[in-house]
Design a binder for this molecule. Structure first.
Ligand code: ZN
Length: 266
């Protein structure tokens, strides 16, 4: 799936954590951002596709493979590898806690457990934002990876089902955006209705998740392929046709126009 949909999913996760946190507006904003960051971060392993990768990072690290080879390879730093595993967000969380501890004004008095408790909503939003990214990548085609390396350092890859195309999943994006907007509105309900707010927020998220799963499992085209793509543009055109059938001419046109304005695959 594309990085925009993943980031939006992380933000949606963050809105639920923000409701549960019952904290200040600033705190809630940070929790939502942490969710978005968790949703986006796994795809930073696609940096090897950057046009200047070989002449900068590649040569600095003395890598013997080109960025393109790394991207579609099975190295631990390839796309869908270690950064698409459950251990990755845990390492990021531990690193962030340690770094914060080192730069804490009161280093000797730094209590990692207390700090973790204090930041639990931020941490949970980040972790679940990250986790949902990994789950969302599973129904995409197997391609050269055969899924995501969920249990790294194990060498098994999970997913690659080919239920959806890599991008152009406008119906899914609309579901995610609806969850975000609904949950932001839930946050406007007065604090004295806290229990109702939490239940509403969780319900909105669960309804979104069910709709998401229904849409994924009812595509009329099978997008599965493994290894290098043979008929990439044909499958991409079919994916767009599927969206046109789901959304109708008007909404499809609108989403295509939005897509064309964004300089990233979406
Ligand atoms: Zn990914």
């Amino acid at each position: 799936m594309d990085i925009i949909s993943h980031t939006l999913t992380g933000i949606a996760v963050g809105t639920v954590a923000a409701t549960i946190s019952n904290r200040s507006l600033k705190s809630k904003g940070l929790i939502i951002l942490a969710g978005g960051l968790g949703g986006a971060l796994p795809d930073f392993d696609a940096i090897s596709l950057w046009s200047k990768f070989d002449s900068t990072i590649g040569s600095f690290l003395g890598l013997s493979h080109s960025g393109r080879e790394i991207y579609s390879g099975k190295f631990w730093y390839s796309h869908h590898a270690a950064l698409h595993s459950l251990i990755a967000p845990i390492i990021f969380i531990l690193l962030a806690t340690t770094i914060r501890g080192l730069f804490s004004r009161n280093y000797k008095g730094f209590d990692a457990l207390n700090r973790f408790k204090e930041n639990r909503f931020l941490t949970l939003a980040f972790f679940f934002g990250f986790l949902f990214h990994l789950l969302e990548d599973m129904p995409t085609p197997a391609s050269v990876w055969g899924g995501v390396n969920l249990f790294f350092p194990s060498s098994s890859y999970i997913g690659g089902f080919g239920d959806i195309w890599w991008w152009n999943n406008y119906d899914l994006v609309l579901i995610i955006v609806s969850v975000i907007i609904s949950n932001l509105m839930v946050n406007l309900i007065p604090i004295r209705f806290y229990i109702i707010k939490v239940r509403s927020s969780l319900s909105v998220f669960c309804i979104g998740l069910i709709l998401f799963l229904v849409q994924i499992n009812t595509r009329t085209v099978d997008f599965s392929y493994s290894g290098p793509t043979v008929n990439y543009s044909e499958l991409e055109a079919q994916s767009k046709q599927v969206q046109k059938e789901i959304l109708g001419e008007k909404l499809f046109k609108f989403m295509t126009a939005v897509d064309n304005k964004i300089p990233l695959n979406f």
